[in-house]
Design a binder for this molecule. Structure first.
Ligand code: FE2
Length: 199
Protein backbone atom coordinates (compact mmCIF):
# COMPACT_ATOMS: atom_id res chain seq x y z
CA UNK A 1 0.00 0.00 0.00
CA UNK A 2 1.16 3.52 -0.62
CA UNK A 3 0.63 6.49 1.62
CA UNK A 4 -0.11 10.18 1.44
CA UNK A 5 3.19 11.79 2.43
CA UNK A 6 2.91 14.78 4.76
CA UNK A 7 3.30 18.18 3.14
CA UNK A 8 6.81 19.58 3.69
CA UNK A 9 5.28 22.78 5.19
CA UNK A 10 1.99 23.97 6.62
CA UNK A 11 -1.08 24.84 4.57
CA UNK A 12 -0.42 28.58 4.78
CA UNK A 13 3.28 28.41 3.93
CA UNK A 14 2.97 29.38 0.26
CA UNK A 15 0.66 32.37 0.76
CA UNK A 16 0.03 34.81 -0.82
CA UNK A 17 1.06 33.02 -4.03
CA UNK A 18 -0.84 29.80 -3.33
CA UNK A 19 -3.62 30.07 -0.77
CA UNK A 20 -4.30 27.79 2.16
CA UNK A 21 -7.65 27.01 0.56
CA UNK A 22 -6.01 25.80 -2.66
CA UNK A 23 -3.55 23.61 -0.79
CA UNK A 24 -6.25 22.12 1.43
CA UNK A 25 -8.22 21.09 -1.67
CA UNK A 26 -5.24 20.15 -3.77
CA UNK A 27 -3.47 18.04 -1.17
CA UNK A 28 -6.42 16.95 0.96
CA UNK A 29 -8.86 16.11 -1.84
CA UNK A 30 -7.03 15.67 -5.15
CA UNK A 31 -3.80 14.04 -4.02
CA UNK A 32 -5.50 12.09 -1.24
CA UNK A 33 -8.00 10.85 -3.84
CA UNK A 34 -5.19 9.54 -6.06
CA UNK A 35 -3.68 7.71 -3.08
CA UNK A 36 -7.02 6.15 -2.18
CA UNK A 37 -7.78 5.02 -5.74
CA UNK A 38 -4.27 3.59 -6.17
CA UNK A 39 -4.63 1.58 -2.97
CA UNK A 40 -8.06 0.32 -4.01
CA UNK A 41 -6.58 -0.87 -7.32
CA UNK A 42 -3.60 -2.71 -5.82
CA UNK A 43 -5.30 -4.10 -2.74
CA UNK A 44 -4.89 -7.89 -2.59
CA UNK A 45 -2.95 -8.04 -5.85
CA UNK A 46 0.69 -8.97 -6.39
CA UNK A 47 1.41 -5.23 -6.66
CA UNK A 48 0.25 -4.25 -3.19
CA UNK A 49 3.74 -4.27 -1.67
CA UNK A 50 5.52 -2.51 -4.54
CA UNK A 51 7.03 0.86 -3.84
CA UNK A 52 5.48 3.79 -5.64
CA UNK A 53 8.10 4.17 -8.39
CA UNK A 54 8.01 0.47 -9.30
CA UNK A 55 4.25 0.59 -9.35
CA UNK A 56 4.29 3.50 -11.80
CA UNK A 57 6.87 1.92 -14.11
CA UNK A 58 5.00 -1.41 -14.08
CA UNK A 59 1.64 0.23 -14.77
CA UNK A 60 3.13 2.38 -17.55
CA UNK A 61 4.14 -0.72 -19.48
CA UNK A 62 0.65 -2.25 -19.69
CA UNK A 63 -2.39 -0.50 -21.17
CA UNK A 64 -4.69 -2.65 -19.02
CA UNK A 65 -3.21 -0.77 -16.06
CA UNK A 66 -3.90 2.75 -17.35
CA UNK A 67 -6.11 3.69 -14.41
CA UNK A 68 -3.45 2.49 -11.97
CA UNK A 69 -0.77 4.38 -13.89
CA UNK A 70 -2.78 7.60 -13.89
CA UNK A 71 -3.49 7.51 -10.18
CA UNK A 72 -0.10 6.30 -8.96
CA UNK A 73 1.81 8.71 -11.22
CA UNK A 74 -0.33 11.55 -9.93
CA UNK A 75 0.62 10.62 -6.37
CA UNK A 76 4.32 10.78 -7.24
CA UNK A 77 4.00 13.94 -9.34
CA UNK A 78 2.21 15.73 -6.51
CA UNK A 79 4.81 14.69 -3.93
CA UNK A 80 7.47 16.06 -6.26
CA UNK A 81 5.49 19.26 -6.84
CA UNK A 82 5.16 20.04 -3.11
CA UNK A 83 8.88 19.49 -2.72
CA UNK A 84 9.56 21.76 -5.71
CA UNK A 85 7.98 24.70 -3.88
CA UNK A 86 9.11 26.60 -0.82
CA UNK A 87 8.86 30.03 0.76
CA UNK A 88 12.16 29.49 2.59
CA UNK A 89 14.60 32.08 1.25
CA UNK A 90 17.61 29.86 1.83
CA UNK A 91 16.11 27.00 -0.16
CA UNK A 92 15.09 29.40 -2.91
CA UNK A 93 18.62 30.59 -3.57
CA UNK A 94 20.41 28.97 -6.51
CA UNK A 95 23.78 27.40 -5.76
CA UNK A 96 26.74 28.55 -7.84
CA UNK A 97 27.10 25.03 -9.22
CA UNK A 98 23.52 24.97 -10.48
CA UNK A 99 23.69 28.56 -11.69
CA UNK A 100 26.66 27.70 -13.88
CA UNK A 101 24.79 24.75 -15.42
CA UNK A 102 21.70 26.91 -16.03
CA UNK A 103 23.84 29.61 -17.67
CA UNK A 104 25.49 26.96 -19.86
CA UNK A 105 22.19 25.36 -20.99
CA UNK A 106 19.82 28.35 -21.11
CA UNK A 107 22.11 31.37 -21.41
CA UNK A 108 20.81 32.91 -18.16
CA UNK A 109 18.54 32.27 -15.20
CA UNK A 110 15.99 34.65 -16.70
CA UNK A 111 15.86 32.67 -19.94
CA UNK A 112 15.34 29.50 -17.93
CA UNK A 113 12.51 31.03 -15.88
CA UNK A 114 10.83 32.51 -18.96
CA UNK A 115 11.02 29.15 -20.69
CA UNK A 116 9.33 27.44 -17.72
CA UNK A 117 6.48 29.95 -18.01
CA UNK A 118 6.22 29.56 -21.79
CA UNK A 119 6.22 25.77 -21.71
CA UNK A 120 3.61 25.86 -18.95
CA UNK A 121 1.35 28.19 -20.91
CA UNK A 122 1.70 26.05 -24.04
CA UNK A 123 0.86 22.77 -22.33
CA UNK A 124 -2.63 22.29 -23.76
CA UNK A 125 -5.06 21.08 -21.10
CA UNK A 126 -3.96 19.40 -17.88
CA UNK A 127 -0.37 18.45 -17.22
CA UNK A 128 2.98 19.26 -15.70
CA UNK A 129 6.03 21.39 -16.46
CA UNK A 130 9.41 19.86 -15.66
CA UNK A 131 12.96 21.03 -15.29
CA UNK A 132 14.94 17.89 -16.01
CA UNK A 133 18.47 16.73 -16.54
CA UNK A 134 18.85 14.50 -19.56
CA UNK A 135 22.29 12.94 -19.71
CA UNK A 136 23.70 16.00 -17.98
CA UNK A 137 21.87 18.64 -20.03
CA UNK A 138 19.10 20.67 -18.45
CA UNK A 139 15.79 20.81 -20.31
CA UNK A 140 12.32 22.21 -19.76
CA UNK A 141 9.51 19.98 -20.93
CA UNK A 142 5.87 19.33 -20.24
CA UNK A 143 3.80 16.18 -19.85
CA UNK A 144 0.08 15.61 -20.34
CA UNK A 145 -2.35 14.54 -17.62
CA UNK A 146 -0.51 12.10 -15.30
CA UNK A 147 2.49 11.48 -17.55
CA UNK A 148 5.77 11.64 -15.68
CA UNK A 149 9.44 11.63 -16.68
CA UNK A 150 10.30 8.95 -14.10
CA UNK A 151 9.22 6.24 -16.53
CA UNK A 152 12.33 7.10 -18.58
CA UNK A 153 15.54 6.16 -16.83
CA UNK A 154 17.67 8.61 -18.82
CA UNK A 155 15.70 11.59 -17.49
CA UNK A 156 16.22 13.02 -14.01
CA UNK A 157 13.48 15.40 -12.86
CA UNK A 158 14.77 18.38 -10.87
CA UNK A 159 11.62 20.49 -10.34
CA UNK A 160 8.00 20.40 -11.48
CA UNK A 161 4.95 22.64 -11.57
CA UNK A 162 1.39 21.35 -11.67
CA UNK A 163 -0.58 23.06 -14.44
CA UNK A 164 -3.86 21.26 -13.90
CA UNK A 165 -6.54 23.88 -13.29
CA UNK A 166 -7.11 22.53 -9.77
CA UNK A 167 -3.63 23.85 -8.90
CA UNK A 168 -4.51 27.50 -9.54
CA UNK A 169 -8.17 28.07 -10.32
CA UNK A 170 -9.21 29.19 -6.81
CA UNK A 171 -6.40 31.76 -6.70
CA UNK A 172 -5.93 32.83 -10.32
CA UNK A 173 -9.07 31.55 -12.10
CA UNK A 174 -8.03 30.80 -15.70
CA UNK A 175 -4.85 32.92 -15.55
CA UNK A 176 -2.26 30.15 -15.77
CA UNK A 177 0.43 32.62 -16.84
CA UNK A 178 0.08 34.62 -13.63
CA UNK A 179 0.18 31.46 -11.50
CA UNK A 180 3.35 30.30 -13.28
CA UNK A 181 4.92 33.74 -13.03
CA UNK A 182 4.31 33.95 -9.27
CA UNK A 183 5.68 30.46 -8.69
CA UNK A 184 8.76 31.03 -10.80
CA UNK A 185 9.51 34.35 -9.11
CA UNK A 186 8.66 33.44 -5.53
CA UNK A 187 8.40 29.74 -4.74
CA UNK A 188 10.82 27.47 -6.61
CA UNK A 189 12.95 25.30 -4.34
CA UNK A 190 16.34 25.44 -6.05
CA UNK A 191 17.89 23.61 -3.14
CA UNK A 192 15.66 20.62 -4.00
CA UNK A 193 16.76 20.92 -7.66
CA UNK A 194 20.41 20.78 -6.58
CA UNK A 195 19.77 17.69 -4.45
CA UNK A 196 18.11 15.98 -7.41
CA UNK A 197 20.86 16.82 -9.86
CA UNK A 198 23.41 15.21 -7.56
CA UNK A 199 21.34 12.07 -6.91
FE1 FE2 B 1 -2.61 18.65 -8.95
Amino acid sequence: MIRLHPLPYDFKALEPYISEKTIRFHYGKHQAGYVKTTNNLINQTEMENMDLKNLIVTAASDTVLTKLFNNSAQVWNHQFYWNSLTSDLEKRSISNELKNIIDRDFGSINNCLNQIIEVGINQFGSGWVWLTSEKGTLKITSTTNAQTPITQYSIKPLLCIDVWEHAYYLDYQNNRKEYLTQIVNNLLNWNFASQNINN
